[in-house]
Write a protein that binds this ligand. Structure first.
Ligand SMILES: NC(=O)c1ccc[n+]([C@@H]2O[C@H](COP(=O)([O-])OP(=O)(O)OC[C@H]3O[C@@H](n4cnc5c(N)ncnc54)[C@H](OP(=O)(O)O)[C@@H]3O)[C@@H](O)[C@H]2O)c1
Length: 386
């Protein structure tokens, strides 16, 4: 694989970062392509963009194939800018490396290698073996990886990227002592949560939230803060609901729970070896998992979601007990907190059930990534310090 130094006398390379930036923007058109990565591709010929492509959803054409089809004969001798190394194996669709070779591209420029062991470097090798020059633009690598944090984490560490969403009052409370909590935050904040759900492979919760609130935890297209064009472009991605996961050691999820009846797959992770007392639908699977002190073993749940169900991004939407466990076990990559300008007082329920700290040195330290006003609320995004 070559870098730009190999082409220093060629003035046209000055435009290459523009094309790669466009490929990255195209990748970001869709909220999710789970279990696949989001990828964008631009084909340039004679100094002009002749076509653009992106991967709209798993099972549909990959970005390179969409761009090649749109370019037609103009792909011949062109340069393809792709935000990720082209795949080199046959999955639900054929290998993109082969499609690029057959279309007669002269050069392929990528932002980085695919971490999937079935590809990682072999996409580049197949192209080079066929006489196509492959270039790497390392300055775009971090940006391209950011588009697919869960995909990269699953293929490198065998775990999904975990986001924990919490909604709280200004004094860090989530519900009145009576349990009343609807709604602490505004509808604009809740519609932002819908968008985060749509970009996740899994929405994970605890059995108490299912019993107390009876949520569906699904994506409601009408509540998404997307304009008409974004909705159109995301049609295929939104046709599939994220998997819903309930952590329920004793199999106490009511058979009538709305989460089980809503469209889409549901997995109940349990430590119980018994059967659920009710006949559950075909969309519901019971997954046996190891027990730990506070319920099921969270790390095993995450490993199973990555390895068995190819889940890249998990959104935890649970109460203080399970959310507290995720924090205590240091399993949260990103915390998204919506803060409503309301004060619920000290009788109200806490944000997280975490106890036993005896010194500040034991406190969970986070780093603020983003703070924004959202409707009448504040949204803060935090992550583990680097
Ligand atoms: N403010 C927010 O953002 C927000 C979001 C969601 C829910 N809520 C509120 O939270 C309330 C429920 O909170 P909650 O704390 O009682 O329940 P929860 O966190 O939703 O669920 C806790 C239950 O999950 C199960 N679990 C399985 N494995 C676990 C593990 N490793 N660690 C911890 N729990 C595990 C346990 O039941 P088993 O032992 O039976 O398995 C545990 O009792 C609801 O009223 C809801 O309104 C608030």
């Amino acid at each position: 694989m070559k870098t730009l130094e190999n082409l220093q006398k060629d003035k046209s390379i000055l435009e290459w970062p523009v094309y790669m930036r466009r490929a990255i923007d195209l990748a970001g058109i869709v909220l999710s392509a789970t279990p696949n990565p989001r990828v964008g591709c631009v084909i340039v010929n004679g100094g002009e963009i002749v076509s653009e492509g992106w991967h709209a959803a798993a099972g549909l054409a990959h970005a390179e194939v969409m761009a090649i089809e749109k370019a037609g004969e103009l792909a011949q001798d062109g340069i393809a800018f792709v935000s990720l190394e082209p795949c080199s194996f046959t999955g639900r669709t054929g290998p993109c490396s082969q499609a690029l070779i057959e279309a007669g591209l002269s050069k392929v420029v990528i932002a980085g290698l695919d971490p999937d062991a079935r590809v990682s470097g072999s996409g580049v090798k197949q192209l080079e073996d066929a006489g196509i020059e492959v270039f790497h633009l390392p300055e775009f690598e971090a940006q391209a990886q950011d588009l697919n944090r869960g995909y990269f984490k699953r293929h490198t560490l065998g775990l999904p990227f975990v986001r924990l969403k919490l909604a709280m009052s200004l004094d860090g409370r989530t519900a009145l002592a009576s349990g009343e909590s609807k709604w602490i935050t505004s509808s604009i904040a809740r519609s932002d949560v819908q968008r985060i759900r749509a970009s996740s492979s899994v929405i994970l919760t605890g059995v108490n939230t299912v019993i107390d609130d009876d949520p569906t935890l699904n994506v409601r297209t009408e509540d998404l803060s997307l304009d008409e064009e974004e909705l159109n472009l995301n049609q295929d991605c939104l046709a599939q609901q994220p998997m819903r996961v309930i952590l329920d050691s004793q199999l106490q999820t009511p058979g009538t729970a709305r989460i089980l009846a809503a469209t889409g797959q549901v997995k109940i992770f349990t430590a119980s070896s018994g059967n659920h007392p009710n006949n559950l639908g075909d969309n519901v699977e019971i997954v046996q998992i190891a027990q730990e002190e506070k319920g099921v073993d969270l790390e095993s749940v995450l490993e199973s979601l990555a390895s068995k169900f190819a889940c890249n991004d998990v959104l935890v939407e649970a109460g203080p007990t399970l959310s507290g466990s995720f924090i205590e076990k240091n399993l949260v990559d990103e915390l998204i907190v919506y803060v409503a300008p309301k004060i619920l007082g000290s009788d109200a329920k806490p944000l997280l059930e975490i106890s036993g700290l005896s010194s500040l040195a034991q406190a969970t330290q986070l780093e603020i990534k983003e703070v924004a006003e959202i409707g009448k609320d504040i949204k803060a995004v935090l992550s583990k310090p680097n």
